[in-house]
Design a protein around this ligand. Structure first.
Ligand code: KG4
Ligand code: ZN
Length: 351
């Protein structure tokens, strides 16, 4: 069964072809990062309009790369949420139109479930249940126990900022730009991760996370080191405040701050994942979401948990449509078919 996946929940316009839920035939991602970087974050309307421009050529490219035509496809799987409403609507309407015109089945997919199913695209690996999933993205930090396809139990989640959101906000604070995760990772190279004793919130209590105190601790450290208040943390990167932040950061030990911050986030993620894995006797641990691209997290998890950790390649951690097609396959084979009234669900939850 060949499935065309479509993903437009945020700032990546993506299409992919996956065979039988596991075989990656093509994976095309047109990133809008450069477009949004000037604003220091994703501008929803700009994202939606750019999806409108890019989606059709991206889909054509995915079919060409896969060496497949419309007649070879069985279904179209599309992200229906969570994500930006306008951005989701572009992908959904496109998916409905092609599915209707070409006589294909339509299946709506939860974006976070897609991140889980990126692990089914790893060649030669069969994920084992119970599977503990650590989902770490720009908007989510969830620990989810998966007992079978489509069976999810939420064990822990963030009570405030998501891990990726913390990376993005701290990067902005340090004048490192957007997206924050890769920028912090680069800045941390050569930095001393023990230079600042940043908090590991709720480390020993339960499986929920909290990252807003850590973000504030970095802010306080910057203010202490510079002897001044940090200008306008939430303002766009085109604002005078952003230029002032960059000047201020120029005199700071940015590598040490970035390394200490990154270490604190990774310590908490690894500790809680490890505790959840043993408490729920998970046979394997799978990670997903943009923060799973972080090199320190990718190194530390298998170190702590052994060989039973599945870590998708970078291109399958950040947003992509292959994971949507993979998830769509399991949804379809378990009987899901959506109608032409399928709506976007910007705040859809997985469990
Ligand atoms: O899954 P994703 O691509 O989009 C969402 O569904 O949110 O995740 C994006 C998040 C951003 O916050 C970005 O800063 C973070 O993933 N990210 C990283 C890295 N690459 C992307 N965080 C830490 N280290 C990275 N290397
Ligand atoms: Zn995502």
């Amino acid at each position: 069964m060949h499935i065309l996946g479509i993903e437009t929940s945020c700032d990546e316009t993506a299409a992919a072809v996956v065979e039988d839920g596991r075989l990656l035939r093509s994976n095309v991602v047109a990133s809008q990062v450069k477009l949004h970087a000037a604003y220091g974050g994703v501008v929803p309307e700009v994202a939606a309009r750019q999806h409108l421009v890019l989606l059709s050529p991206v889909v054509e490219q995915a079919l060409r790369d896969a060496d497949r035509g419309w007649d070879d496809l069985d279904a179209v799987a599309v992200t229906r949420g969570p994500g930006l409403a306008g951005a989701l609507l572009v992908g959904l309407n496109f998916a409905k139109a092609v599915a209707l015109a070409r006589g294909k089945a339509l299946v709506g997919v939860n974006h976070m479930e897609g991140h889980v199913y990126a692990n089914w695209l790893l060649p030669g690996v069969e994920p084992q249940f119970p599977l503990l999933c650590l989902l770490v993205s720009g908007a989510h930090t969830d620990l989810i126990l998966m007992r079978g396809h489509g069976q999810y139990r939420l064990l822990g989640r963030t009570r405030d900022d998501a891990a990726g959101e913390a990376f993005d906000k701290v990067a902005r604070l340090l004048g490192l730009g957007y997206p924050g995760g890769p920028a912090i990772q680069r800045a941390a190279e050569g930095g001393d991760s023990a230079a600042f004793a940043f908090p590991r919130a709720m480390l020993r209590s339960g499986l929920d996370f909290s990252f807003s105190g850590l973000k504030t601790a970095v802010l306080r450290a910057v203010e202490r080191l510079s002897g001044t208040a940090v200008p306008g943390g939430q303002q766009s990167d085109l604002s005078p405040a952003a230029a002032a932040r960059r000047d201020l950061a120029a005199g700071l030990p940015v590598a040490d701050l970035a390394a200490s911050f990154q270490r604190a986030v990774v310590d908490v993620l690894v500790e809680k994942t490890s505790r959840a894995a043993s408490r729920y006797r998970a046979r394997q641990v799978a990670v997903g979401g943009g923060v799973a691209a972080n090199a320190l997290l990718r190194a530390e998890l298998p170190c702590r948990l052994g060989g039973e950790v599945l870590v998708p390649p970078l291109a399958l951690c950040t947003d992509n449509a292959a994971m949507i097609a993979a998830c769509g396959y399991y949804r379809l084979t378990h009987g899901q078919r959506d109608g032409w009234d399928l709506d976007a669900a910007p705040s859809l939850r997985l469990a």
